[in-house]
Design a binder for this molecule. Structure first.
Ligand code: ZN
Length: 246
């Protein structure tokens, strides 16, 4: 039996790299053949991997990954192969998995319903080539409806006039509030549980009174949305995953 005095502590299987309010899970791999540390974002699976040469120091590897948070975020956001809006795919809608079903013979607008077994589905009529666009339109519309309702509720609670909002496809932020009081939101919030969408609406509405992230701002956000921490934690954990759809 050989005993090594320099036996290394085993590496964790996974570390988390924070960037822009998102925690990116990074798998840690040792490879004898590796000559240097590398980071990789799989374009197919989205899996992020930090590969370390046999002798590399783990702490240095972690730092290497953390210093490349921006690079990881950009690679994840650019990933072309996500989950397409195609029949048979399952996507979250208001936080609940819904399977996309194409009813070619049916007419009418895309809507959320249940199939004969009671499973949640998004039913799309019309030509199959139009399914992805119809799903996207449906989600943007639903996001606008839910965010308008949430913003109206929160502005009423603050006793200020309701605001017109804009829905965007932003990768860097979920919502924003301009100095002129324009509110913008990502349509992808409709994929998240309703609490998360409600929190983002409360957050941006609170900025209409407090254009900063001061204690006063957070107190106001909490008043509008008492489950602020829960929503923030959800976004940190799952937010990046919402970019995989469509
Ligand atoms: Zn803010």
């Amino acid at each position: 039996m050989r005993l090594s005095l320099f036996k290394r502590k085993p590496d964790p299987e996974r570390i988390e790299v924070p960037h822009g309010g998102v925690l990116y899970p990074v798998a840690v791999k040792r490879r004898a053949s590796a000559r240097r540390m590398t980071l990789r974002v799989s374009q197919a699976s989205g899996e992020i991997t930090l590969t370390l040469p046999e002798r590399a120091d783990f702490a240095t590897g972690r730092l290497f990954a953390e210093n490349h948070g921006g690079w990881i975020a950009a690679r994840v956001a650019k990933r072309p192969q996500g989950i397409p809006f195609e029949p048979g795919q399952t996507i979250p809608f208001r936080g609940t998995p819904h399977r996309i079903v194409h009813w070619s013979k049916a007419r009418g607008v895309t809507h959320a319903t249940q199939d004969k077994d009671g499973a949640s589905i998004l039913a799309v009529a019309g030509e199959s080539a139009h399914v992805p666009r119809r799903i996207k339109d449906f989600l943007r519309r639903a996001a606008l409806d839910d965010l308008e309702a949430a913003v109206a509720r929160h502005t009423a609670a603050l006793g200020i006039p309701a605001r017109k909002i804009t829905i965007r496809d932003t990768t860097s932020r979920w919502g924003s509030c301009s100095s002129q009081g324009h509110l913008n939101f990502s349509w992808r919030l409709i994929l998240a549980p309703p609490l998360v969408l409600d929190y983002l609406a409360a957050h941006e509405v609170a900025h209409l009174k407090e254009m900063n992230h001061s204690h006063r701002f957070w107190a106001l956000t909490h008043k509008l949305c008492p489950r602020t921490e829960e929503a923030e934690a959800w976004l940190k954990r799952h937010g990046a995953g919402l970019h995989a759809y469509g």
